[in-house]
Write a protein of this length. Structure first.
Length: 115
């Protein structure tokens, strides 16, 4: 099982980034996919969750209207489009897959918002 995130980096306030998470080793289309983030000294928090069929997507209040999550079940990939980034969005972003008793995590990708 692997979840490999990419797309992180350094961006100026107001900028955008698109994170990707490529999954392998499990039946991706069955799994609900989430993005979490963890800033230094803070607990890991849920950013966005998208159901297996993309029928429902939920967001943390802090990112609503700025972030959009989507998935491509044919490509085993989930995305997080992040717009209007601010310094409070600086964190390591993790991809998560869960279904029934199964729960998998990626290694994370660093997002730094700074001028």
């Amino acid at each position: 099982v692997q979840l490999v995130e990419s797309g992180g980096g350094l961006v100026q306030p107001g900028g955008s980034l698109r994170l990707s998470c490529v999954a392998s080793g499990f039946p991706f289309r069955r799994y609900h996919m989430s993005w979490y983030r963890q800033a230094p000294g803070k607990e890991r928090e849920l950013v966005a969750r998208i159901t297996s069929t993309s029928s429902t997507t939920t967001y943390a209040d802090s990112v609503k209207g700025r972030f959009t999550s989507s998935r491509d079940n044919a490509e085993n990939t989930v995305y997080l489009q992040m717009n209007t980034l601010n310094p409070e969005d600086t964190a390591v972003y993790y991809c998560n897959a869960w279904w029934a008793q199964y729960n998998y995590w990626g290694q994370g990708t660093q997002v730094t918002v700074s001028s």
